[in-house]
Design a protein around this ligand. Structure first.
Ligand SMILES: NC(=O)N[C@@H](CC(=O)O)C(=O)O
Length: 356
């Protein structure tokens, strides 16, 4: 059978995206739609973090004012501000989930958590109210226990299992999984546990970010065998695994290392190229027929978010190879997307509103 020249996708949803604040937010928020997506599940790691319902509502209004053609699902940053009462309030206000960052593992995680047990009353209430728990699944690096960025995700997995065993009805998403062990763990747990996979982790391994600061993100891409496990589970069309891009823009000056004492910012920026890039990547490992499930159906089913008023039908067209070149001015700086300078074999063609 010859390769398709067009692929149609309905109501793509990005279940993990950083839309930032201030001028950076003005620049990157419209790129969600440009990258083909109807829904953005918005991360709360702003400065200060979004820890309260009112902040999340105000943030959603700011995002809507920038681009009202996307559905924004809001999250709260797990911190001592989150009481069981605040959980109930968040649920009533339509907040979708709570994001947990272990302390110090990634961008704006200084206020992250050190122990899960103290949050058990909060998780209990989240389980009752059916608010989703989103886990950044890494433990902090620690030389004494031989923990570093390469094994930090695997060392986190027992925490995931324990949380699920303790709160079996709490819906939990292990975010941006990068390892075979994580895939196996999520598969082994009950239906209330799902997992996002980014586009860039389907494409990269350690060799792509070691010495290439633009490809550096947390968790870091791991071994070829780990990437293979991510690709296999997407190729299987496994319903527990779906796209969360973790599109994480940073000013260019913070991505390219300035001095030996200044580490580069963690995060790669995929929103502007997201749907064509996911199609390109899935095709590279024989999973193009899984595109609809991976970018829309599985995540929408887990979150119980059927396509809404903003839902669109998107026709992707095969092209000879389009070089990713766009960069966006940001004050005296700029924002540069992942894959810049490389080619993608798909572009967004016709876009129409889904008539329901
Ligand atoms: N993924 C990243 O490397 N960075 C994210 C934070 C996160 O999700 O870890 C960011 O906000 O820049």
């Amino acid at each position: 059978m010859s390769a398709p020249t067009e692929v149609t996708v309905e109501s793509p949803a990005d279940f993990h995206v950083h839309l930032r604040q201030g001028e950076l937010s003005e620049v990157v928020t419209p790129q969600v739609r440009k990258g083909g997506f109807d829904l953005a599940y918005v991360m709360p790691n702003l400065r200060p973090p979004i820890t309260k319902t009112e902040q999340a509502i105000a943030y959603r209004e700011r995002l809507k004012a920038i681009d009202s053609s996307v559905d924004y699902l809001m999250t709260l940053y797990l911190s001592p501000d989150l009481t069981p009462e605040e959980v109930r309030k968040a649920k009533e206000a339509g907040i979708a989930g709570v994001k947990s960052y272990p302390r110090g593992v990634t961008t704006n995680s200084d206020g992250g958590i050190e122990s899960y047990e103290i949050y058990y009353p909060v998780f209990e209430e989240m389980q009752k109210c059916d608010l989703v728990l989103n886990l950044h699944g890494e433990v902090p690096s620690d030389a004494a226990s031989n923990t570093c960025v390469l094994n930090a995700e695997n060392a986190f997995l027992p925490h995931l299992k324990k949380l699920h065993d303790t709160f079996p009805k709490l819906r939990i998403v292990l975010e941006h999984a990068t390892t075979r062990a994580a895939v196996d763990m999520v598969k082994s747990l009950g239906d209330t546990v799902a997992c996002t996979i980014t586009a860039h982790h389907l494409a990269m391994t350690v060799d792509d970010w070691a010495g290439q600061s633009w490809n550096y993100c947390k968790p870091v891409a791991k071994y070829p065998s780990d990437r293979q496990a991510l690709q296999e589970v997407v190729r299987q069309g496994h319903p527990k695994f779906f796209l969360g891009s973790d599109s994480a823009p940073h000013p260019a000056s913070t991505k390219s290392v300035a001095t030996p004492s200044q580490p580069c910012a963690a995060g790669v920026y995929t929103s502007p190229i997201l749907l064509p890039f996911v199609a390109h990547t899935l095709e590279s490992f024989g999973a193009l027929d899984r595109l609809q499930g991976f970018v829309s159906d599985h995540g929408r089913a887990f979150y119980r978010r059927p396509a809404g008023a903003n839902a669109r039908r998107i026709v992707l067209r095969r092209v000879q190879g389009i070089r990713v070149e766009d960069t966006w001015p940001l004050g005296g700086d700029r924002v540069v997307p992942f894959w810049a300078g490389k080619e993608i074999g798909w572009e967004i063609g016709d876009v129409s509103l889904l008539k329901r």
